[in-house]
Design a protein around this ligand. Structure first.
Ligand code: NAG
Ligand code: NAG
Ligand code: NAG
Ligand code: NAG
Length: 450
């Protein structure tokens, strides 16, 4: 889940296990450097707005308000209503929908196989889908306005928009399949459970739906990060572990903060041991989450298998026994890989992906044991997999688990360097989706006989 606030939120839920390498109690801002909106990809979709209802569950006059909800649409491969061709819908996460669309190559790549229409819907309160006249300061001003920011309302938004779109397209019988990664994956799964008449199936990638209601060990998130690094090398694990104490000790000495500032090339701004530790913790956490097999530009530009690269930097004999030099080299993999920063700005509070409102949602839903047609994908190197569905629940609630997989790696655009296991995962997902569709068309043909 590509979001620092999530980590903050999670840190609140997560106690620290004694052997974990992530020991800082909270994480500061992510220091994500830029939004990687590539202009060349602008033609992937068309941007549209829909007049959405602010409150789906209340008839108070205050709830009659509407807002403009953004969605992106790609009709290039759609077979049209005459063929009842399918509609693939991405249930937007907590952020700018363009960013998620551009990182969900799986939908673009499978659309031609299924003659599918693609729709990416932005989550309310994010990106350009801000209620209260698009004014973020008003929308986020207090608990009354933020009361309309909930996953339940968001799901109702998606249902309303999808039904209206189908109506406009005169495609009442086109089957809908929902997709999502991370929080978007939870929404996709919940959408299928809650609106089974709107979506015939869901692909929920890296959706930690079991992180709620005490189902998952509170240690699992940091344990997985720790295991990711430890599996590279024991030394790497040890260096990271002892570094927290060394930073504390150094910071406590006279002139210690200046030593730390120099060692980590921090720009001349606020620095403390906790901030520095949080900054490093963020790098380890996101690197574990995005430990993809190919170079990526999802959160920050990263090389292939960045955890391995970090440990290589830490294990490099050239840095001898100098913990700070080792950590600096490791942090560089995450914060510096594109090589365009001159010093690191710890106090940078920017939230370039617009992910800030996340902590407001209280999502307390247990996985329902009813339901069908949901694929849960999880990569076990992803710290969020600890809260994922890792075992089949039924014949049609299927878990696909990739030992070497990271955070919703299956949904990303494919590349020539993709390993065989990743190709297999995607093939299996396509196969399951085609089974849902054939079943649907079969049932549709049957019902027309009545
Ligand atoms: C919350 O903010 C809205 C919009 O700015 C305002 O109309 C309303 O009075 C505020 N409510 C409270 C309880 O402060
Ligand atoms: C459906 O068409 C109406 C009328 O043109 C329009 O206002 C509405 O936004 C459309 N719905 C969607 C989802 O685009
Ligand atoms: C979660 O589990 C722990 C340990 O079993 C227990 O102490 C705690 O009260 C539980 N919390 C909730 C919200 O059920
Ligand atoms: C490296 O440094 C750590 C503490 O800074 C120390 O415990 C360890 O013994 C040192 N190892 C070597 C090989 O010098």
């Amino acid at each position: 889940m590509a979001i620092w606030v999530v980590v903050v939120w999670f840190a609140a839920l997560t106690q620290l296990s004694s052997s974990s390498i992530i020991t800082s109690p909270g994480f500061p801002s992510p220091a994500i450097k830029s939004v990687h909106h590539s202009k060349s990809k602008g033609k992937l979709y068309e941007e549209k707005f829909y007049t959405q209802i602010l409150d789906h569950f209340n008839y108070n006059p205050a709830s009659y308000h509407t807002f403009q909800q953004r969605y992106l649409i790609n009709q290039k491969h759609w077979g049209g209503p005459a063929n009842n061709s399918p509609i693939f819908v991405y249930t937007g996460n907590e952020g700018d929908i363009e960013w998620f669309a551009q990182n969900t190559g799986f939908m673009f790549e499978t659309a031609p196989l299924f003659n599918a229409l693609l729709v990416f819907i932005e989550h309310r309160f994010y990106g350009k889908s801000i209620p209260f006249g698009g004014k973020k300061t008003v929308a986020y001003s207090n608990s009354s306005t933020l009361g309309w920011l909930s996953s339940t309302q968001a799901l109702a938004d998606y249902a309303t928009l999808v039904l209206d779109l189908k109506h406009n397209l005169s495609a009442p019988d086109s089957p809908v399949i929902v997709f999502g990664g991370s929080y978007g994956g939870m929404l996709a799964a919940w959408f299928r459970l809650k609106y089974p008449h709107v979506a015939i199936g869901a692909l929920a990638s890296s959706a930690p739906i079991l992180n709620f209601d005490n189902i998952t060990s509170p240690f699992s998130f940091n344990d997985i990060i720790t295991k990711d690094f430890r599996s590279e090398s024991e030394n790497c694990y040890k260096v990271i572990r002892r570094s927290w104490q060394e930073i504390d000790d150094t910071a406590a000495k006279p002139g210690g903060l200046e030593i730390l500032r120099k060692a980590f090339r921090i720009c001349k701004n606020y620095i403390s041991a906790g901030y520095l530790q949080g900054w490093l913790g963020t790098a380890f956490t996101y690197t574990a989450m995005t430990d993809y097999p190919t170079p990526t530009n999802f959160l920050n530009p990263l090389p292939a298998y960045p955890v391995k690269q970090m440990c290589k930097a830490i294990d490099d004999p050239k840095t001898g026994n100098n913990t700070f030099k080792k950590l600096y080299a490791a942090a560089n993999i995450y914060y510096y890989y594109s090589g365009d920063a001159t010093c690191f700005d710890l106090a940078d509070d920017s939230d370039p992906h617009g992910l800030g409102g996340w902590t407001w949602q209280h999502i307390h839903r247990v996985l329902k044991r009813f339901g069908s047609n949901i694929i849960f994908f999880n990569g076990l190197r992803d710290p969020w997999s600890g809260g994922g569905v890792l075992k089949d629940i039924s014949k049609t609630l299927v878990a696909i688990v990739a030992k070497k997989g990271a955070h919703h790696v299956d949904l990303r655009f494919s590349t020539n360097e993709d390993p065989k296991w990743l190709k297999e995962v995607r093939k299996r997902e396509v196969h399951i989706i085609s089974k849902w569709l054939s079943q649907y068309y079969h049932d549709l043909a049957d019902s027309s006989n009545y």
